[in-house]
Design a protein around this ligand. Sequence first.
Ligand code: F6R
Length: 252
Amino acid sequence: MRIVIARDYEHLSCLGAGLVGEAIVRKPDLVLGLATGVTPLGVYRKLGEMYEAGQVDFSRLTVFNLDEYYGLSPADPRSYRSYLERNLFSRVNLRPENIHLVPGQPGNVADACRNYDLAIAAAGGIDLQILGIGQNGHVGFNEPGKSLCVATHLVDLAPQTVEANARSFPDHGAVPGRAVTVGMGAIMKARRILLLAGGREKAAAVAGALWGPVTTAVPASLLQLHRHTTLIVDQAAAGLIRDCTSAAGGSG
Ligand code: F6R
């Protein structure tokens, strides 16, 4: 895994957007996997700026998002669909037909999940997957457990995840307890992964993912087995790994 330690969140966002932008310039019909949450917000803002500046064209890009709360209306501002509309889709020239969103609506979830995996496969798989990491080491909403699911599936969120996501909801009880997430299969098959982590609260998860045993108890630890992952962390999230690597803000 290539590790890049950024000075701060702004630097992390610049480096992350630079990596994604370069990948799109090299392959305009890239298939990009999108994480949501707080961490990639700066990357999406900068990608919007790069588009405005005429540096990156999103018109041939295909995107698949990673996860969605189960049972929230797609129009709900806290849904990940709304998040992506607000923070990325409205800022760049993605074609609506190239946007694929994890199904979070009640109904035939199993079929909807299968169709999502089929759509990823039909697109040729993910070229570049953007990931954040949960404080408990989850990626997507693949939560720690005795086993991990390969396919897109409905999942019960871990109490720690519900707690962490409560910041977007008026009260704790309103946070959906379930979500649909892309499984570890599509993530691990991505040709390239960009893992982003910022803030001291992520330091233990980052260290566990990098140097702990590869275990379903820390889903991000599976990324140690991935051939082409770049981790960009800020100094705070790198707090527990800095003894093991030299800080360089661009090397690694
Ligand atoms: C969201 C996702 C999650 C988040 C993780 C970190 O699409 O897949 O794995 O990346 O929970 O969230 P933030 O960035 O809000 O700390």
